[in-house]
Design a protein around this ligand. Structure first.
Ligand code: GLU
Length: 278
């Protein structure tokens, strides 16, 4: 592993890159060491080859380069299945056939205690041996926390710097029994991201602060799967004039649009408050 470390930019090809992505990419490439590009396309129905091509082109236009080949998560599904099977073998997964409407109904029934996790645990008594095609797979979070022990992670970003030691009781309430394999795609972002960050030897995970809150879960999965511990660098989100975070549907903020209007890469960097290196 290079002594300076490895980070990554991991866009999903569900739309054109906007200014928020430019900020994220320039932040990742501005960290010391090597920056990898990874295409996160497990959500096949939402991903488009033309968006992937446009992402590569916009990043090259910004002057960024990366080691080839670029990893595409749709090529790596067998690795995510293997990780899921390992968690199943630890006895901490169960199949779930609840629909969203059923979960909503169960959660709106009178509950003991003021706070409840986002999934009421309806299927927790089922075993993987009874899974039927089309079931999702959930992680029994309390069991997982009991096996892994408390988790901790280090943040290098400017917003929440330092070592964090999330409270396990709060984690169980915040996450509940999260879905590790969606019924439609057989895996999940959580599994794919920890498996690939480890496989690509990522030492610093750079991403938006909207993902800060799921980091304890990623650290827990790394512990359960015996994966190395990176550090995380969560950066601020770029917002529009009304204070809303940018979304891929905001074509007005797409890098392509600024390019078409004659902006230079340095102009785009300046729009997100950064300057280009070199
Ligand atoms: N694929 C995610 C996105 O496009 C990024 C996830 C990550 O960096 O961990 O928002």
């Amino acid at each position: 592993m290079p002594p300076e470390g490895i980070t990554r930019f991991a866009p999903s090809p569900t739309g054109y890159l906007h200014l928020g992505h430019a900020f994220s990419a320039l932040t990742a490439w501005g960290r010391p060491g090597t920056c990898l590009l990874r295409i996160e396309d497990i959500d096949r129905p939402r991903c488009r080859p033309e968006h992937e091509a446009a992402i590569l082109e916009d990043l090259r236009w910004l002057g960024l380069c990366w080691p080839e080949p670029v990893w595409r998560q749709s090529d790596r599904l067998s690795h995510y299945t293997a990780a899921l099977e390992r968690l199943m073998a630890l006895g901490m997964c169960y199949p779930c056939r609840c629909t969203r409407a059923e979960i909503r109904a169960a959660l709106s029934a009178p509950q003991e205690g003021a706070t409840t996790p986002p999934y009421p645990g309806t299927c927790r008594g089922r075993s993987m041996a009874d899974a039927t095609p089309g079931d999702a797979v959930r992680l029994d979070l309390r069991r997982a926390l009991a096996l892994a022990g408390p988790v901790a992670f280090t943040e290098t970003g400017p917003l929440h710097p330092g070592r964090h030691t999330p409270d396990p009781g709060k984690m169980a309430l915040d996450f509940g029994d999260v879905v590790l394999a969606r019924r439609d795609i057989g895996t999940s972002y959580h599994i794919a991201v920890v498996v690939d960050d480890a496989a690509q030897r990522v030492t610093e995970v750079v991403r938006g602060v909207d993902l800060f809150d799921v980091t304890p879960l990623h650290r827990l999965l790394q512990r359960l799967l015996d994966l190395p511990e990176p550090v995380w660098h969560h950066h601020a989100l770029i917002r529009d004039g009304a204070g809303r975070r940018l979304a891929k549907r905001d074509d007005a903020r797409a890098i392509r649009r600024f390019r078409a209007d004659g902006a230079t890469p340095a102009d785009v960097a300046a729009m997100v408050g950064l300057s280009l290196r070199g």
